[in-house]
Write a protein that binds this ligand. Structure first.
Ligand code: GLP
Length: 261
């Protein structure tokens, strides 16, 4: 696992967007796994700016999002479909038919989850999965106790996640308590993982995910199992890491990061 610490949020975001853009440019029919949340808004703004500047082309890219709230239609401003349209898809040259999220209004939840897994498999699997992390350590909506071999399915959200995300809803109590999410096993199948963690609020959970024991209580710790994972943090989010000296030394001197310094 590569852990890269940037001095501020803006440079952590820029590095994340550049890694994604370079990967797309190397393989135009790229299969990109996407995440939502406040952290990712700046990444999508950066990718949209790069697209406008002709630095990355989404015309053949296919996307699969990690998760979607159950019970919210696509046009609900709190649905992740709406978030993705608003923050990325409406601003880049992607074919909307190539963008995928689970359907939060699906009546047969098991069939929807199976169809989502099948769509990813038919596309040839995810080339790069972008990840954030929730306050309770979740990736996607894989709450504490989610099996590391779990697949896409409907889940019940924790009180911690409810407290973190209900602020976006009006009234807050209208936030759905259930969601579809790719499983931890689904996420680990991606050929590459890029995780972005920013802000002092995430410092403790970042340290548990990156340096702590593998545990389903912090599903973000599963990234330690992935053979090609890079975790990008700003200095505030990295404050609790003991590996900081090594991470900085590797980023500043390992030739594989030369283009990104
Ligand atoms: C939601 C998403 C997660 C995301 C998390 C972090 O819960 N399901 O995929 O990582 O938000 O949100 P934020 O970036 O706002 O802290």
């Amino acid at each position: 696992m590569d852990v890269i610490i940037r001095p501020d949020t803006a440079s952590a975001v820029k590095l994340t967007a550049r890694l994604i853009a370079d990967a797309i440019n190397a393989k135009p029919d790229f299969k990109l796994g996407l995440a939502t949340g406040g952290t990712m808004e700046a990444v999508y703004a950066e990718l949209a700016a790069m697209n406008r500047a002709g630095q990355v082309d989404f015309s053949l890219v296919r996307t699969f999002n990690l998760d979607e709230y159950i019970g919210l239609p696509a046009d609900d401003p709190n649905s992740y479909r709406y978030y993705m349209n608003h923050h990325l898809f409406d601003h880049v040259n992607i074919d909307p038919r190539n963008t995928h999220l689970p359907d939060g209004m699906a009546t047969d939840e098991e069939a929807e989850a199976e169809a989502y897994e099948a769509a990813m498999a038919d596309a040839g699997g995810i080339d790069l999965q972008l990840l954030g992390i929730g306050n309770d350590g979740h990736i996607g909506f894989n709450e504490p106790l989610s099996s590391f071999s779990s697949r896409t399915s409907a889940r019940y959200l924790t009180p911690e996640t409810y407290r973190q995300n209900c602020v976006y809803f009006n009234p807050p109590e209208s936030m759905p308590r259930r969601a579809f999410t790719m499983g931890v096993g689904t996420i680990l199948d991606a050929r590459r993982i890029v995780m972005l963690i920013t802000g002092s609020r995430k410092a403790a959970i970042a340290a548990r995910a990156i340096e702590g024991p593998l545990t389903s209580m912090v599903t973000g710790s599963a990234v330690q199992l992935h053979p090609d994972a890079v975790v990008i943090l700003d200095a505030e989010a990295a404050a609790g890491l003991t590996c900081r000296e090594y991470c900085d030394d590797a980023f500043n001197n390992d030739p594989k990061w030369a283009a990104y310094r």
